[in-house]
Design a binder for this molecule. Structure first.
Ligand SMILES: [Zn+2]
Length: 312
């Protein structure tokens, strides 16, 4: 029989809740308001740094929070309206170009499928580089903007319910998506299943093993309500391996943004980050272009075996 222990919420990766899990940081916010907001889960939401209790699974090496009810979560993402997302369009296009240039080291442009495509900036950049593109996005507002602004036909949906591309693809991209999902391992499985042999899964997600997260502890801006799992390089390599993918690249992802955007994201987080927020939003500072290399955001590129592995 297992030793008696305080029950912990189950880890989103191994689904266990007693052995190897511990409470890492207490909540930093008011109790979750279960009402609908329309912008609480927007990409540019200022709620960074307010978060529920954070737990740690020593076996999987991930941090995690208890997810809200799934119906509520889906409604929240479907209702996202975030016009300020496009204020950083030029920088987001450059971030997308950087990601695609990394992917193209392993796979020439072919069919690309994006999960969580938002307003379609990465798909737009990919199409300009010769990829044929398709994708899904839960927010009906974002799907409409992608259609109007870039003539992209993105399907409204989530990876949990999506049937996927009609034929195997050369790349599945999920940028700033995995940390939002209730079951990230299942999502990696599903995405891997959509890849042609030799195809590439490109993930951009948070790295809680990076120095900023270790220094800022419970004040790290990566901890926020809409993030459910906080990854480490070890965890992602392991998750990709379980899904039959080899991790061919894992590196810090730079973020190209304006100073004002960073300041707005850090506002209200408390501690040293709050002081930085005040400086970055000053009138003479906020339009400055920044490239953030804080290492707490990582690009992970997984490759599906080519030819397919034959099980003994
Ligand atoms: Zn675990």
């Amino acid at each position: 029989m297992s030793q008696r222990a305080d029950p912990m919420p189950p880890c989103p990766i191994c689904h266990r809740g007693t052995a190897g899990q511990k409470r890492l940081f207490g909540a930093r916010r008011a109790l979750l308001d279960m009402g609908r907001s329309g912008d609480r889960f927007a990409c540019t939401s200022g709620l960074a740094g307010t978060h529920a209790e954070i737990y740690w699974c020593a076996s999987c090496r991930v941090g995690y929070s208890l997810p809200p009810p799934s119906g509520w979560l889906l409604a929240e993402y479907e209702g996202v309206v975030d016009p300020s997302y496009l204020e950083e369009e030029a920088h987001r296009l450059r971030n997308a170009d950087w990601l695609l240039s990394r992917v193209e080291r392993y796979r020439a442009p072919g069919a690309l499928y994006e999960v969580g495509a938002s307003v379609g900036i990465l798909l737009q950049a990919a199409r300009a580089r010769g990829w044929s593109v398709a994708g899904i996005e839960p927010s009906s507002w974002a799907v409409a903007v992608a259609h109007q602004r870039y003539s992209l036909g993105i399907r409204q949906g989530t990876i949990e319910s999506d049937p996927g591309p009609p034929a195997p693809v050369d790349c599945v991209a999920m940028s700033d998506v995995l940390e939002h999902l209730v079951d990230p391992q299942e999502a990696v499985f599903k995405a891997a299943g959509w890849l042609a042999p030799g195809g590439i899964l490109a993930l951009v997600t948070v790295n809680m093993a990076a120095l900023p997260a270790r220094l800022l502890r419970g004040h790290w801006p990566g901890f926020m309500d809409m993030h459910l799992t906080y990854f480490t390089p070890h965890a992602l390599r392991s998750m990709l391996r379980i899904a039959g993918l080899e991790t061919v690249e894992l590196r810090a992802a730079p973020r190209r943004l304006t100073a004002g955007y960073v300041g707005r994201r850090l506002r209200g987080t408390g501690g040293p980050a709050d002081l930085a927020a005040r400086v970055l939003t000053l009138p003479l500072v906020r339009d400055a272009r920044l490239t953030i290399r804080s290492r707490d955001l990582m690009l992970v590129i997984g490759r599906k075996a080519d030819p397919p592995l034959i099980q003994a």
